[in-house]
Design a protein around this ligand. Structure first.
Ligand SMILES: [Zn+2]
Ligand SMILES: [Zn+2]
Length: 331
């Protein structure tokens, strides 16, 4: 299951903390870190974040970076990775250097910053013991499929239009397998350790009650595949008709779309001017993509809570599964 937590409350900055729990291990993924978005997390929770993904480098999506970096700058027990659109490493180089580093020689942490382009990922390395003074050019890899794959989840970047390129992200758990106990019973077989063995596609035969059985045939009868959880994060982007047609197929299988709700339908001219979208354009994208639901975030202080509710209602008229999270108390 993906545990998704929206950080920050309207009309302040938002971020998304996604924990993919694989049972034996977890991946903790933070998407953006605007001002005060990490205030709700304990130091331990901030230290446990494995990857930081930035949608883009506008202030309201990175103002809280110092809170993240302060906890983790010397983190050596896990790798430190930050991902973002082209130019991310250059800007973070300044952020890394924005402090006195008198004791740099005693530090040992390494930071990897990945600039995600349309067709390639360029990685840059920064060393704490160098006081982050050098931007080491690292490998450049061709981008095909997800930018990151862990045992618990994969993350795919979506190129979005917002004063150049901003990035959306789709987090997808691997498919899971489950035992159909009714099918086991129907075959007259007694449950046992063979069921767990059957989930391993490499196993060719299993022993049941002293009899060897062909695993492939049994697998087909009693093991069912269930799609893993999938969520998308899309903030600050233009969702006009052309972009909706381009993006909708990329959201196939998404359960919840966490997306901006910056402009009312009436303010479409403002939305165009700032390369954003109206709430109904996003709802239309959600409808076209067939996602499970659209969770509104990144609300604008331009509007009142009553207007936010009206925006939600306008979204619902296009795509009924549009909602605020209950914790915001807006309903
Ligand atoms: Zn923004
Ligand atoms: Zn922006």
């Amino acid at each position: 299951m993906l545990d998704v937590r929206i950080l920050g409350t309207p009309p302040n900055d938002n971020a998304l903390l996604v924990t993919a729990d694989g049972g034996q291990s977890r991946s903790r993924l933070l998407f953006d870190c605007g001002a005060d978005t990490l205030a709700a997390l304990s130091p331990g929770e901030i230290r446990a974040i494995d990857h930081l993904f930035l949608s883009h480098l506008h202030m309201d999506h990175i103002s809280g970076f110092d809170a993240f970096f302060r906890m983790n700058f010397q983190r050596g027990e896990v790798e430190n990775h930050i991902w973002g659109p082209p130019g991310t490493a250059r800007i973070l180089h300044h952020r890394f250097q924005g402090f006195w580093w008198n004791h740099a020689s005693e530090l040992s942490a390494t930071w990897h910053v990945h600039d995600i382009g349309e067709a390639e990922v360029r990685t840059f390395r920064f060393e704490a013991h160098e006081a982050f003074a050098v931007m080491h050019e690292g490998p450049c890899r061709k981008l095909e499929g997800p930018v990151l794959t862990t045992p618990e989840a994969s993350v795919t970047a979506l190129s979005l239009r917002h004063h150049g390129t901003s990035l959306g992200y789709v987090v997808r758990e691997p498919d899971r397998t489950a035992v159909d106990m009714a099918a086991v019973k129907a075959l007259g077989l007694a449950p046992g350790p063979w069921l767990a063995a059957l989930k391993d596609p490499g196993v060719r035969a299993v022993m049941i009650g002293g009899t060897e059985r062909d695993a492939a045939a049994l697998r087909e009868q009693v093991i069912t595949a269930m799609p893993g959880d999938c969520a998308a994060y899309m903030t600050d982007f233009r969702a006009d008709a052309g972009e909706r047609a381009r993006l909708a197929p990329l959201l196939a299988g998404v359960g919840t779309l966490y997306a901006e709700a910056q402009y009312t339908p009436e303010d479409i001219e403002l939305a165009r001017r700032y390369d954003h979208s109206t709430v109904t354009e996003i709802a239309e994208l959600a409808r076209m993509a067939g996602v499970g639901c659209y969770t509104l975030l990144h609300l604008s202080r331009r509007y009142s809570p009553a207007q936010w509710r009206a925006m939600r209602d306008a979204a619902c008229a296009v795509f009924p599964q549009s909602r605020f999270i209950p914790e915001w108390g807006l309903d």
